[in-house]
Design a protein around this ligand. Sequence first.
Ligand SMILES: *[C@@H]1O[C@H](CO)[C@@H](O)[C@H](O)[C@H]1NC(C)=O
Length: 387
Amino acid sequence: MPSVNLFGWKGKLLLSTLLLSAVIFDLAYCEKDPQGQRKAKPRKTKPGKSTTKGPRAVTAKTKATPAAQGQTFITQVLNKGKFKKVGETVTVQTGDTLELRCRGKPVQWSVPSYLEEEDEGRLGIVQHERYGALTLVNTTGADTGEYTCYPMLCEDTDCRKEYNKAVKVFVFFPDPRELFVPSSEYYEVIQLRTNWPTVLPCQVTSPDAKVTLHREYPPVEVAVDGREISFNVMKGFTIHRPRPHHAGALYCMASLGNLRQSSTKYMLIYVNYPMAPPAPVIQASSTSLAVGENLRVSCSVLGEQDVVVEFSWEYPGQQIGRPQYTQESVSPVGGGAARQQSQSVLLVDEVRDVDQGTYTCTAQNLQGAKSVSTTVKVVPKSKPKKP
Ligand SMILES: *[C@@H]1O[C@H](CO)[C@@H](O)[C@H](O)[C@H]1NC(C)=O
């Protein structure tokens, strides 16, 4: 991949020069025409969340784009027409202007959700002939985050994002006073689900800050071994396979130079979380009964230990108001893996004709629900044999 040439047309000097002129012309033209400026409309999202939301629609109407071929990339516009192709991260001094360009006709941008909510006119997004430009002025540490460009594939006015061609850059705005991207919450509750990676999103404004993880009580530094728990300067800490002992109040601590600050507090709550929806198995004591006999339909689920399964039933007698008698139980299952069997048994005493039909059991856990059915036939009482 070319690293110096503008837009990577290495060697095609004449072409580059021509295009560069076109780009400069575009820019000059647009500066004189503020109508071309598309101001960012903040998306209505709940305050206080710092996760990156989906991109906002900022699309200019253009025709089909056979030109949107080849690899997409973002360039940063530096002072006086200098361009730099960005890598994974970019650091911009707070107060300076961030200016990014992304080739495509048109493109959509997604920005940190904090910026989407803001409406101070600091963010400007303009679609030019060959590229989209994003400009952010009067930057602060809070602007730190991921900036993504999605090239759009358009047919007439119908556009869709080309997700596989999306390019992103993480922009740091080191703030001399705020080592962490400010959060409006004093603490954040995070659910730890069994074996589901969980992120503590303490985001630093400078890639050079040293970040550690701490438990409030007892006050200890949490070991970050890179496997059970890892740190990424663009994301925060990830607990890869949460277990009950990870629960509690945690916070991050960042230090840079003489500055040392702690992040928002994270209240980690452990939830036994199933890997998948339940897979119930239904069985009737008999598929064909004589009037007056007792019926027993069992529905059982083999699942992870301490994962709650809820059962519900549908049965023919419901229509005539036959009450539901169920017995529910949970029993451990032998063997190495921590598993248990949850069971619900529906009891129908002295079946009648109306009890003939389909019996459906629905088992539900935090991941979803699944229903299984069986049919039961009721036959007339067999005539008692003469002695
Ligand atoms: C940026 O900051 C300057 C100087 O404080 C101010 O005059 C200007 O209005 C600000 N621009 C925006 C869009 O906030």
